[in-house]
Each structure stands twice: as C-alpha cells, then as structure tokens.
Design a protein. Structure first.
Length: 149
C-alpha cells in the first residue's frame, strides 16, 4: 500500500487475527466501540484486542483481502469521550474480517442475508448493520464468538 493512499473515515481494532472495521457518521460511536472492544479483550470476553487506527484509516487490497492501517499522524491515538485524545497500544496493519456500520439505515432485528455482507474494493466481507438505538458491542461480541445456527 502506498503511503500517500487516501484515508477513509473509520476506526479499526484487531481482535485476535482479524480487524473489525467500524464505519459510521461523526458522533455515531466508532471510537467508543473500539475502546469497548479493547476492554473486552483485556477482560477475556474476546481474544486480545488492540487498536489499528481511530477516526482515519487506510484501506488497501492485498491479494484477496483488505488490509487496514492507521493514518500515520493518528497512529496510537484514540478519542475517549470525556477524557479527550489518549495514547494506547496499536498495530501497524491487520486484515479486515468484519465491518460494523453504525447508524445503519438497513439495520433490522432479523436482517436479510444480503445486508450481512459488504464489498470493499471487490472483496466481500461479513457486515453488521447497527441501528442508532442499539448498543453495537453485544452484536460484535456475538459475531466474533458464536456461529450461525
């Protein structure tokens, strides 16, 4: 991936071997979900979770996968509402394995299969659409720790 590649407005956290890419409008809770995932990793609810990037990240196709990297100027920084910008551990890249769309217009109690995937640069990735009035953390934990029945 080139250093000058454009960034996208998103946040990413590596959980275990995959990155969770969190998208949504400003104020939708991207940083909050990222911090919640990191804390869930520290408490043992999830595998180890570490920040990739907050607010702006770079995406690129690597083979048949999407790689995410932090925007260099923001690497290791996360916004914690009420505390401001804080420094934390981060990884320099990870493979996106799940996309979470906050404030998603197509979020439903029982979503159709087509809304549970998205395509980034032609690569299909599992997706969770989350409505504004629902906490995303339980959905992400469920997606990462359970299998479809």
């Amino acid at each position: 991936m080139s250093e000058g590649a454009p960034s996208v407005h998103a946040t990413a956290v590596k959980v275990g071997q995959i990155a969770v890419l969190i998208r949504g409008p400003s104020g939708s809770g991207k940083s909050r979900l990222a911090f919640d995932l990191i804390m869930a990793g520290q408490s043992g609810v999830l595998e180890r979770a570490v920040l990739v990037g907050d607010d702006r990240v770079h995406l690129a196709t690597v083979g048949h996968e999407i790689e995410v990297r932090p925007a260099p100027v923001l690497a290791g920084l996360i916004e914690i509402r009420g505390l401001g910008i804080r420094r934390c551990d981060f990884v320099e890249h990870a493979t996106v394995g799940l996309v979470v769309d906050l404030d998603a217009q197509d979020a439903k109690r029982l979503p159709p299969a087509e809304s549970l995937k998205t395509s980034i640069f032609g690569v299909e990735i599992p997706r969770i659409p989350v409505s504004r009035d629902y906490s995303p953390l339980p959905l992400v934990v469920a997606a990462l720790t359970t299998t479809k029945s």
